[in-house]
Design a protein around this ligand. Structure first.
Ligand SMILES: [Zn+2]
Length: 684
């Protein structure tokens, strides 16, 4: 259950990395606009006592057999279906479950299930990092904040069913609470705070948040004149950020209404969390106080979360068949903002995606059809970036207008339904009149990526007539069907061509307007493919995400060796696979950690390039990558003294996208990538 989307953003990965995802699948049955299940919940929460008491009336307008679930930590005062007590529940891990047998006819519908429960909540631990916050999935409360994730079973729900709901929240004075949905009523007095929320469309689950919030309100009219209420629920220490956030949310809703279709809800709120979370839910986003303080969040991640009200929380992905919503949201938010910035910024983002993918060893990624949500680096590279690039290739294929029209239709037809990649494919086929089965099939069901090279390129000599060049492309077998952009540089400029490649090796003859000088493959990086080594110089991430990566520790013993080993564990997020410093480094990507003199001696002993000039002995520590002649990659970490090595523990893991980085203590003072080179063949 749960229609929550989980996001961490590259820019703030240092705050939120890594995460454990918590997503489940909905029942295969598709949602409809009038759900069979409705919850009417009233909860009273005391954050100081960390207690909750709730009553719920569930209306079930279906004769089928149902499973009622509630967290096992809660005590049940009574549970009845149509006035008859539900017997003892079965235990399912942290949950208890009651089977409710089906009924024969529809005459007795709707069925009424009543539950009265109460219990303790865990202490809110603001020191948790993002992965722990997510991994715990416990209902937590304290004066600084309350977060009851849907997956904690804080309210009784029918397993595997989308449902509409009404939630009444009761809190002590000074606290305010929110669940996704429309705020119907609100009162605040010495006796306490009360609010009633309604969510009339079928949705996957309810997360509840509360805290000592200052609420700021804004208003806008959506497409069609519908009023939309905008709110911030901010902790007092960031209350001054509210006006800017309200303004940005308004801008994003306007952008996506004009691009996709009407905003599906009547409100949007930005809610602050004492823990460093990053959640998108229908009608709101729940972000850590420290995250909200970061200056770039408003221009990047906030838009991504607003867009999830269309993709993810407006149309629900069919998790069993692959989650398309992160890729589409990344494409229409993060990537779109780059495109609006400049073509150079967009190219940089594509290059980053392809370099990240090139850092995975072949076979380490899975197909997009098997992506459900982010669990580690490799799934992000596929589920977010590869998927976003597939939407880019699709737009290049169909044209912007057709592409947008297809999405608008998809939105109209699938709003509040569970939709799969196949539904998206149908929408794009209907809009374009093209059969896109090969396109979707190869990009969704195949792991990996095409490996593409110019095998030959030659001018065709002729004394008169047009200038001609033959270009032979090669890729692996089985072949992908690809539209390959090539640039022909001529004496008079550059000509761009798109070659329809569908075989492992294929030759094309191109008529060119002037004397051809050289041919460049995919100069703008618009194809999702595995970059060749010279196109993707190594980045530090290679030794971080590759499960086969080895580690060489140069300090032989004592505390320094211990520190080096801990650093390796942090960088790789697992126990390092140690190999001896005396042996030739293995072909697998290898991380080497040592003090300055040890590193210099080791490089010399193995006849490897000395430390690059750009890092030199700058700062107190340096890390850089080396491409070996045999194709292997090394990442070297060199520190002036043991303390400088220890200082790298926190910051270094967050610089995976760099080819080199220099630190003074824990502070990054220099970084960069080795230059990339396109695949170019000179013609003579
Ligand atoms: Zn997302």
């Amino acid at each position: 259950m749960g229609s929550r989307t989980l996001d961490i953003w590259r820019g703030i990965a240092c705050v939120l990395f890594p995460i454990l995802a918590t997503t489940g699948a909905y029942a295969a049955s598709r949602g409809t606009d009038t759900p069979d299940i409705h919850y009417d919940i009233t909860v009273n929460i005391d954050p100081v006592a960390r207690s909750i008491e709730g009553r719920s009336v569930i209306t079930a307008n279906t004769p089928e057999e149902l499973t009622l679930v509630l967290g096992r930590r809660f005590g049940v005062m009574h549970a009845r279906v149509d006035g008859t007590s539900l017997g003892p529940a079965a235990s399912m891990g942290k949950m208890r479950a009651w089977g409710i047998s089906g009924i024969a006819g529809e005459g007795q519908l709707p069925r009424r299930i009543e539950v009265h429960w109460q219990g303790d909540l865990s202490a809110l631990d603001a020191s948790l990092d993002h992965s722990q916050t997510l991994g715990r999935d416990e209902p937590a409360s304290g004066e600084a904040g309350t977060f009851l994730p849907d997956s904690s079973g804080w309210y009784p729900y029918i397993a595997g069913k989308l449902a509409s709901y009404q939630v009444n929240i009761e809190l002590p004075a000074g606290q305010r609470g929110i669940v996704p949905g429309r705020l119907m009523e609100e009162s605040d007095s010495d006796k306490g705070y009360r609010a009633r929320f309604e969510f009339p469309s079928p949705t996957g689950g309810i997360d509840l948040m509360a805290g000592p919030y200052t609420v700021e309100t804004g208003a806008m009219r959506g497409a069609g004149g519908k009023p939309i209420r905008l709110r911030t629920y901010f902790h007092p220490q960031i209350a001054d950020l509210a006006p800017a956030y309200l303004d940005s949310v308004k801008g994003y809703i306007e952008l996506y209404e004009s691009w996709i279709g009407e905003y599906p809800f009547t409100e949007f709120s930005v809610v602050s969390s004492p823990t460093p979370t990053g959640f998108g839910m229908p009608t709101l986003t729940y972000l850590g106080i420290e995250v909200l303080r970061l200056p770039f969040i408003r221009s990047t991640s906030l838009g991504h979360e607003v867009l999830h009200n269309w993709w993810g929380n407006g149309v629900y992905p069919d998790y069993a068949k692959g989650n398309w919503s992160e890729g589409l949201t990344t494409f229409m938010a993060d990537y779109a903002y780059k495109e609006r910035g400049s073509s150079e910024a967009a190219l940089d983002m594509r290059r980053g995606w392809l370099r990240d993918f090139a850092a995975l060893s072949p076979g380490q990624d899975a197909s997009l059809a098997s992506f459900t949500s982010r669990t580690h680096g490799a799934t992000q590279i596929v589920g977010y970036n590869k998927a976003a690039m597939i939407f880019l290739m699709l737009r290049d294929l169909l044209g912007r207008e057709t592409f947008d029209r297809a999405l608008q239709t998809f939105w109209r037809e699938q709003r509040f339904r569970v939709a799969s990649w196949a539904d998206l494919q149908r929408a794009f086929e209907a809009a374009s009149g093209q059969d896109l089965s090969v396109f979707f099939d190869q990009w969704l069901t195949r792991a990996g990526a095409p490996v593409l090279r110019i095998a030959e390129a030659e001018p065709v000599k002729s004394d008169s007539g047009p200038h001609r060049v033959t270009v032979t492309l090669e890729q692996g077998d089985p072949a992908y069907r690809l539209r390959v952009p090539v640039a022909i540089h001529t004496a008079e400029g550059e000509e761009l061509r798109t070659l329809d490649l569908e075989k492992p090796r294929q030759t094309f003859i191109l008529d060119i307007g002037a004397q051809p000088l050289q041919v460049t493959l995919d100069p703008d990086l618009r194809l999702f493919r595995r970059l060749m080594p010279e196109e993707a110089p190594p980045i530090l991430r290679q030794v971080m995400v590759d499960r086969t990566a080895a580690t060489i520790l140069l300090p032989e013993n004592g505390e320094t060796r211990g520190a080096a080993e801990t650093l390796a564990t942090k960088i790789q997020n697992r126990a390092p696979k140690l190999v001896s410093a005396a042996d030739t480094p293995p072909v697998a990507p290898t991380l080497v950690i040592g003090l300055q003199d040890q590193v210099n001696a080791w490089l010399a002993r193995h006849q490897l390039p000395a430390r690059p000039e750009i890092v030199g002995n700058k700062g107190s520590a340096q890390a850089w990558t080396v491409s070996r002649a045999d194709g292997g990659t090394l990442a070297i970490v060199s520190a002036r003294d043991p303390a400088s090595l220890v200082a790298l523990m926190r910051p270094l893991p967050h610089y995976g996208r760099q080819s080199y980085v220099v630190f003074e203590g824990a502070k990054m003072i220099g970084r960069g990538s080795w230059p990339t080179r396109s695949q170019v063949v000179k013609l003579d």
